[in-house]
Design a protein around this ligand. Structure first.
Ligand SMILES: Cc1cc2nc3c(=O)[nH]c(=O)nc-3n(C[C@H](O)[C@H](O)[C@H](O)COP(=O)(O)OP(=O)(O)OC[C@H]3O[C@@H](n4cnc5c(N)ncnc54)[C@H](O)[C@@H]3O)c2cc1C
Length: 492
């Protein structure tokens, strides 16, 4: 690739950081323009009063994908950060007083499952073995291999994988019910869908492979949090010559036919190609001339958006036993919560939520004798989050934590900040304030997600969670690779 070819990457989420590295490695001049004052997109950092919070992702899953990414550049994650495997992976408190620890010890897990349902130990083995097979097929055939067109699906490997694929077009609800009857066991196998922005009734069964990720591959913590993965990607990019410009919100991508001018608050940047990592809907609707958009307003209105979130970042005095690094608090019946996300949007009064306490593992993220944590409640995107609603909801969540985990945080909070639908919209230009993008419903999975290459604006490409393979840090790293190789193929 001639060194004079240039590309502007709009947005510095993992998809943007990843594509920037691959493109620079292929010899392009790459400039990343980021709206906010820090890099990393939804993996931003909040630092205040000696507390350090990962504002977005906090579960480091699928370590193989990170190794693959850094390995492409002759590097290894261990050059940048130490990884600690968490034990337990996480703790669950049910609101009926019951609690369990999920660990990587299969024997322990068999006994746990058997204690809820006779035969569930064997069912767990069978479920996880199958989910490992599905993971292996899916990573090779559908994650690492990009198949944007229908004809890409007609090849021998896909045909071989087809029987698996067809079985897995049903819902996760139906799939899990074939193995387990006890509602709590079903919840354990289904909670990972929240990572994909979906619910058991609208997510295809292929995502049972997330249980292989969860139980078999393990849950890790990178020293200093997910922010250190952002720093590592940026360091790799800098070594390859990528330039990063923060506080550079892009207002317009102007297609001049012989190239692009990307107009930002930090100035205009000319480039031969543009990769947008900003939310797809925002890029198409706000940054492009109407005739260069692939989709009309109706398309975006018709999408199923992944949930937004109500987050409370808290710095508190003392420790927070018995919370673990990752803790889930679940009502025994969570259908109501999912209904209020997808079918009848509203603030869940009996929420299922997640608590993250990195100071359990890392001394550097909170002052001595203090803990840092955040609570994350998935809520419908597009909800109205007025000051009044937020105050009510904040109180409800803190009360719920006290009641169901025994940890009353309310009289020892020294730092507090909430983040919800309107901040997702303002900070990340996110459609409807979705936290994650497009949910992985059947009609928004694989080739049904918006493409990496714009069909309406030659030279423009997209990357990140709206595209394939989809939501989550590992997926966005892979998405950056696919976007870069699509661009490089076109440019060759
Ligand atoms: C609260 C939360 C928890 C999560 N937990 C996990 C987890 O534990 N594990 C996991 O793997 N994943 C998790 N995820 C999902 C994961 O973080 C995302 O899927 C991933 O980080 C998205 O990356 P992306 O490439 O799509 O870019 P994004 O992170 O969406 O970044 C897009 C960037 O574009 C910028 N931008 C937007 N408009 C413009 C513009 N006009 N000009 C310039 N820049 C612009 C934005 O500011 C942003 O920086 C979580 C997400 C959230 C929000």
């Amino acid at each position: 690739m001639s060194e004079s070819r240039s590309v502007v990457v709009v947005g510095s989420g993992f998809g943007g950081l990843s594509s920037a590295c691959y493109l620079a490695d292929a010899g392009l001049d790459v400039t990343v323009l980021e709206k906010n004052d820090g890099l990393g997109g939804r993996a931003s950092v909040l630092e205040a009063d000696g507390f350090k919070f990962d504002m977005g992702p906090s579960w480091y899953l699928m370590p193989d994908v990170f190794e693959r990414f850094f390995g492409h550049f002759g590097r290894d994650p261990s050059e940048f950060y130490d990884l600690e495997r968490l034990d337990p992976h996480y703790r669950i408190f049910w609101k009926d007083g019951d609690s369990v620890d999920i660990t990587g010890d299969r024997g322990e897990m068999r006994t746990l499952f058997e204690s809820y349902e006779s035969g569930a130990g064997d069912a767990l083995d069978s479920y996880l073995d199958t989910s490992e097979e599905h993971y292996d097929v899916a990573t090779e055939q559908f994650i690492y291999t990009d198949r944007p067109r229908l004809r890409d699906w007609v090849d021998l490997d896909v045909m071989r994988a087809a029987p698996i694929g067809l079985q897995l077009l049903g819902t996760m609800d139906d799939y899990v019910s074939k193995y387990f009857e006890h509602p709590k066991l079903k919840q354990i196998m289904q909670y990972t869908l929240v990572f994909l922005g979906g619910a058991p009734h609208n997510t295809p069964a292929i995502y049972n492979m997330m249980s292989h990720v969860d139980f078999n591959l393990g849950v890790y913590y990178p020293e200093n949090g997910l922010a250190s993965v952002v720093d590592a990607c940026v360091e790799v990019g800098k070594d390859l010559g990528v330039e990063y410009v923060t506080d550079a919100e892009v207002a317009e991508i102007v297609n001049r036919r012989e190239g692009f001018t990307v107009e930002s608050v930090a100035g205009d940047f000319d480039a031969d190609f543009v990769v947008s990592n900003a939310d797809y809907a925002h890029t198409e609707q706000e940054l492009l001339a109407e005739h260069e958009r692939q989709y009309d307003e109706g398309y975006w209105e018709d999408r199923t958006y992944a949930p937004s979130a109500f987050l409370i970042y808290l710095g508190v005095e003392g420790d927070v036993e018995p919370l673990e690094h990752h803790t889930l608090v679940l009502p025994t019946d969570w259908d109501g919560h999912f209904e209020q996300i997808f079918d009848d949007p509203g603030w869940p009064e009996d929420p299922a939520y997640y608590l993250c306490v990195p100071s359990k593992t890392d001394d550097d993220v909170a002052p001595e004798d203090h803990s840092n944590l955040f609570a994350l409640v998935p809520v419908a995107s597009g909800l109205d989050d007025t000051e009044e609603v937020r105050t009510w909801y904040r109180d409800l969540v803190l009360e719920d934590i006290a009641e169901n985990t025994g940890v009353d945080l309310r009289d020892r909070i020294v730092f507090e900040e909430t983040f919800s639908v309107s901040e997702f919209a303002e900070r990340y230009n996110s459609a409807n304030g979705t936290a994650l993008g497009l949910a992985h419903t059947l009609r928004q999975t694989a080739l049904f997600r918006p493409p990496h290459r714009s069909s309406a604006c030659p030279g423009l490409y997209f990357t990140g969670s709206y595209t394939t393979p989809g939501i989550g840090v590992p997926m966005c790293l892979v998405s950056g690779e696919h976007t870069a190789s699509t661009l490089l193929d076109d440019a060759a």
